[in-house]
Design a protein around this ligand. Structure first.
Ligand SMILES: N[C@@H](CCC(=O)N[C@@H](CS)C(=O)NCC(=O)O)C(=O)O
Length: 235
């Protein structure tokens, strides 16, 4: 498996060889200690986590788990995520191992006090839209992409069903973004979770025509340098 080190703060990269799952390595680059091991691949769920790590300027080490080669089923990775899916992290400072991208976003937001408001009304609105992404946008767009691009047989019913539901969810997001810049007003983990999915609409065989507020939001979030760096991980 490919190993590489990324220093979020300075955006510098260099390659190192580190055993999968190592917990107490004190490797430092430019005297900035690596805090987080990130197990990821070039997919929207993985990129949610690289985006927040870049936004937070946290030094992290990328472990590429090539899910097209079945590396998610390697015993060392199953120890980290028994569900055999990316993303997952190990926080070396707290020794906490986590899988499920939504849980990882909440954890990093809580640890740093950023992108998840404290005030209950705002906090639960962000969590509500995070759950909307986790339970709706991701699974529906994922199923649509599968049946539209990767299924071994052409099943028009499945393609149509998931396309219709994904576009319905896009229209809900479009309405939410009609009068504000970000999904819950201020930029939050709800935006970080949703962006990599909606931004890959062309790959999914969809269009954002007819969703002008969602389209503007994609362009707005895309302009953030941390988002651009996070979307390029793993390289
Ligand atoms: N709900 C999970 C979904 C994770 C997920 O589906 N990851 C995909 C890549 S985006 C994966 O690892 N697939 C490998 C497989 O299904 O074998 C999360 O948000 O973390």
């Amino acid at each position: 498996m490919q190993r590489e080190v990324i220093q979020g703060k300075l955006g510098k990269r260099s390659s190192v060889s580190v055993p999968l799952g190592i917990k107490n390595d004190t490797t430092a680059i430019d005297s900035n200690p690596i805090m987080i091991d990130l197990y990821t691949f070039t997919t929207p769920n993985g990129r949610k986590v690289s985006i927040i790590l870049e936004e937070l300027s946290l030094p992290y080490q990328v472990h590429t788990i090539d899910i097209t080669k079945g590396e998610q089923f390697a015993p060392e990775f199953v120890e980290i995520n028994p569900n055999s899916k990316i993303p997952a992290i190990i926080d070396r400072e707290t020794d906490i191992t986590l899988f499920e991208s939504g849980a990882i976003l909440i954890y990093l937001a809580e640890q740093t006090g950023k992108f998840l408001p404290r005030k209950p009304q705002n906090r639960f609105q962000v969590l509500e839209w995070l759950m909307f992404q986790m339970a709706g946008v991701g699974p529906m767009a994922g199923q649509h992409t599968h049946f539209n691009r990767f299924a071994s047989e052409n099943i028009p019913y499945a393609i149509e069903r998931y396309k219709k539901e994904t576009l319905r969810l896009y229209s809900v997001l479009d309405g939410q973004l009609a009068n504000q810049e970000f999904i819950c007003g201020d930029y939050s983990i709800a935006d970080i979770a949703t962006f990599p999915w909606v931004a890959s609409y062309e790959f999914q065989g969809l269009t954002l025509d007819g969703y002008p507020h969602l389209q503007s939001w994609v362009e707005r979030v895309q302009q953030r340098p941390a988002v651009q760096r996070g979307m390029a991980v793993p390289s």
